[in-house]
Design a protein around this ligand. Structure first.
Ligand SMILES: Cc1cc2nc3c(=O)[nH]c(=O)nc-3n(C[C@H](O)[C@H](O)[C@H](O)COP(=O)(O)OP(=O)(O)OC[C@H]3O[C@@H](n4cnc5c(N)ncnc54)[C@H](O)[C@@H]3O)c2cc1C
Ligand code: FES
Length: 272
């Protein structure tokens, strides 16, 4: 299925902790959503933004909104000019949205124990993934991390989506104090995990993939490489991997990923 280019409308924009939660109706995009796919949103005033790369954002949820059909729920952390522009858009603003883009998380065929590990806003695609896994009878455990409570995504909702939830924050403001890497091995052991899904910064993904391998579980990691075109044309998002044939090669984060098998990525060679 090719991605849809749509002119979306911003239905809602609200600040929750350190993030902005956006609700965007973009016809045809939400209908094809799979957990792990993302959208590319053009930033800047229409007509003046042609030279700016669109900003990739995870699809957090797809929800029906009365009178509008399905809307995309996005979680935004303001980093630079593009995300700031998006956060400042008024309700009713028109947005150029392309998606869904990328390869989603692969779902297990059997109802096996799954651990979902997410840091900060990057945990966004794990919530709909948890729902899909539960529909398939998989016991789901969530491990969520963040620098502090304001950057912890939907901890309350996590308790509804999973059988068990572990929270770690760097400053100890909620949950255990520390890093995901400190907690992941014990969580995998307790959950008797067969499959591990992770989304977050690369050092965390690397640690989770290594812990999964040591535990004997499959891992799938959603890699956030900065993207230029986000559609596979520019080759500006290289991810070094080992192919199924055992041969090292470089693939594109935006179309060959963003979800990769953790044991296939050559993490130490991944350059941001
Ligand atoms: C597949 C994918 C999904 C993403 N999903 C989300 C999301 O759901 N919510 C969200 O807030 N952000 C998400 N991001 C990150 C977001 O796209 C970037 O933060 C954004 O493009 C930065 O644009 P800017 O103009 O605000 O900042 P810029 O001025 O372009 O950059 C500001 C700072 O952010 C850093 N940065 C740029 N791109 C990334 C990146 N990919 N990861 C980490 N740091 C980056 C830059 O190095 C710089 O230090 C995602 C990125 C990818 C690749
Ligand atoms: S960003 Fe252009 S090919 Fe991936």
């Amino acid at each position: 299925m090719s991605p849809v280019h749509a002119t979306g409308e911003l239905l809602a924009s609200r600040k929750v902790g350190a993030y902005h939660h956006l609700s965007v109706v973009a016809r045809g995009v939400a209908e094809e959503f799979r957990p792990g796919t993302f959208v590319a949103v053009t930033v800047g005033t229409p007509g003046t933004s042609a030279t700016l790369a669109p900003r990739p954002l995870w699809i957090h949820r797809v929800r029906p909104v009365g009178g509008h059909g399905l809307a995309l729920q996005l979680v935004l952390e303001v980093r630079g000019a593009g995300t700031r522009w998006l956060a400042e858009q008024p309700v009713g603003a028109r947005l150029a949205v392309t998606g869904p883009l990328g390869r989603p998380f692969a779902l297990p065929k059997e109802p096996v124990a799954c651990v979902l590990v997410g840091e900060g806003y990057s945990a966004a695609p794990l919530f709909p993934l948890a729902e899909r896994l539960r529909e398939r009878g998989c016991p789901v455990t969530l491990l969520l991390g963040a620098p502090d409570e304001s950057r912890l995504l939907s901890a309350l909702e996590a308790r509804r989506s999973a059988r068990a939830v572990t929270v770690v924050t760097r400053d100890g403001s909620v949950g255990q104090r520390g890093e995901i890497a400190d907690a992941v091995t014990e969580v995998l052991r307790r959950a008797e995990a067969a499959v591990v899904y992770a989304a977050g910064p690369e050092p965390m993904l690397h640690a989770v993939a290594a812990a999964a391998e040591a535990h004997g579980a499959w891992s799938q990691c959603a890699v956030e490489q900065p993207l230029a075109c986000a559609t596979g044309l520019c080759h500006g998002c290289p991810v070094p991997v080992v192919g199924e044939d055992g041969v090292a090669r470089t693939v594109r984060a935006c179309v060959d990923g963003p979800v990769f098998r953790g044991d296939r990525v050559r993490w130490t060679e991944l350059v941001r």
